[in-house]
Design a protein around this ligand. Structure first.
Ligand code: OFO
Length: 171
């Protein structure tokens, strides 16, 4: 059983995950607008994964008989100064999500909510991966600097990213 305080925080997290999706969809549009289709593809995959993250919480809450509530989404930023600027914003956003997840884990511990504590471990691990992916791309973008060829090579690399639904039968 999920206590009210946890139910409310999980509902807030659904909003955070959906806002993440919205932000990355906005970045997808930004990269399309500057002709970097591989970067745009990477962001589209990211968008879909974030929707999966929200759905995973929704399904968990339903399995626990908790009440899911959807809140208003903030308007995301529309423009960035460069691909590096967009990826630095991505990392900053993911660090914010990591803090949110850590806060949820602390709350689960405080409430002795073992089921939610276990459920959240998936997100703890996912955040390590997400931040690492962003850092790798930021490092590459810093090495590339103003080199257009390097940027196009990275664009080609990011074009290869494929979306894998979180749990096949859930989608
Ligand atoms: Fe980008 O991560 Fe969701 O949780």
């Amino acid at each position: 059983m999920i206590k009210k305080e946890m139910e409310e925080e999980l509902n807030r997290q659904i909003n955070e995950e959906l806002f993440s999706a919205y932000l990355y969809l906005s970045m997808h549009a930004y990269f399309e607008s500057i002709g970097l289709k591989g970067f745009a593809n990477w962001m589209m995959v990211q968008y879909k994964e974030e929707v999966d993250h929200a759905m995973k919480i929704i399904r968990y809450m339903h399995s626990q008989g908790a009440r899911v509530k959807l809140y208003e989404l903030k308007e995301p930023q529309h423009e960035w100064n460069s691909p590096l600027d967009a990826f630095e914003a991505t990392l900053k956003h993911e660090q914010h999500i990591t803090e949110r997840i850590n806060g949820l884990v602390d709350l689960a511990e405080k409430l002795k909510d073992r089921a939610t504590y276990n459920f959240l471990q998936w997100y703890v691990n996912e955040q390590v991966e997400e931040e690492e992916n962003d850092r790798e791309i930021i490092d590459k973008l810093k090495l590339i600097g103003d080199n257009t060829n390097g940027l196009f090579m990275l664009d080609k690399e990011l074009a290869a990213r494929k979306y894998t639904p979180l749990v096949q039968e859930e989608n």
